[in-house]
Design a protein around this ligand. Structure first.
Ligand SMILES: [Zn+2]
Length: 277
């Protein structure tokens, strides 16, 4: 649900402002967080007052927090002494107090609007629905909602060893992580785990256990996390996806993802389960 606030509410309330310019977010110079501010502090928003939306809180506990206002400046960049911008990824990784979900949700909404300006069925201009997060075509009545793409992510262990892989796209970071991949149409989450693991590293797994999930806004995934046991097969990396994959001993792990990511959490959980055995 996305509520458009009346001008006077935006004018009077102090809020957290998530302002997008291209794929970046506006921050105060010298700070890495979403600014807590009054609209008048953003002189560059003069022509965007109609574009300000409030992101409704997802959980009751967030209702006590200041309102979150979202604005998309599109391709416009800001030249202002007071303000700077930072990439979404950098902001999310550096500053987690406003929450992965709030900034991630704001980005998914903005990304959705940017990519749904026209109806996918008849090609007419769409209009925002002001009482839910959707766009509507008034010609053919087709309605679109933000896309959420399920992805499985799995930590695989064999006795005291973890199977971790370095993706082709993250080669430079030299980081080894759990395997992950999109769920295909018509496939269950478990089937996706078996297929992805076999495609990416050529091994078979068993005893899948669901652990946790995490929204991942790059650009609109929901990561569904599992732990699985090795069953059979030798590692054979899929050329286009995996640069390297190895069995790592629990006491000699490579660089792994940070603990706030679900990959980091699955690895930590697998290690603690192995330690309890
Ligand atoms: Zn249409």
């Amino acid at each position: 649900m996305m509520i458009k606030r009346s001008d006077c509410e935006i004018e009077t309330e102090i809020g957290q402002w998530i302002i997008f310019t291209k794929g970046r977010i506006v921050i105060r110079k010298g700070e890495i967080n979403v600014p807590l501010a009054h609209i008048n502090e953003f002189t560059f928003l003069e022509n965007y007052r109609e574009e300000v939306h409030q992101l409704p809180p997802l959980h009751e506990s967030a209702q006590k927090s200041p309102p979150v206002f979202v604005v998309d400046l599109g391709a416009e960049t800001i030249e202002d002494e007071q303000w700077d911008s930072v990439s979404l990824r950098h902001l999310l990784f550096e500053q987690q107090d406003i929450g992965f979900s709030v900034v991630g949700r704001a980005w998914q909404y903005v990304h959705f609007l940017r990519t749904h300006q026209f109806c996918g069925q008849c090609g007419s201009h769409t209009e925002r629905v002001n009482w839910e997060m959707a766009v509507h075509c008034h010609r053919c009545h087709h309605r679109s909602y933000p896309r959420v793409s399920p992805c499985i992510i799995v930590s695989i262990h064999n006795n005291e060893k973890l199977l971790l892989a370095k993706g082709v796209r993250h080669k430079e970071a030299n980081m080894y992580s759990t395997l992950a991949g999109f769920v295909e149409s018509g496939e269950s989450l478990e089937e996706a785990v078996h297929r992805e693991v076999f495609e990416e590293v050529g091994v078979k797994v068993k005893n899948l256990r669901y652990i946790d999930s995490q929204p991942w806004p790059f650009p609109h995934s929901i990561m569904v996390g599992f732990i699985a046991e090795y069953e059979s097969g030798e590692i054979r990396c899929q050329e286009n996806e995996i640069d390297d994959a190895q069995w790592f001993s629990v006491d000699a792990l490579p660089t792994i993802p940070p603990p706030f990511s679900i990959a980091g959490q699955l690895i930590a959980k697998t290690l603690s389960q192995l330690a309890d055995k």
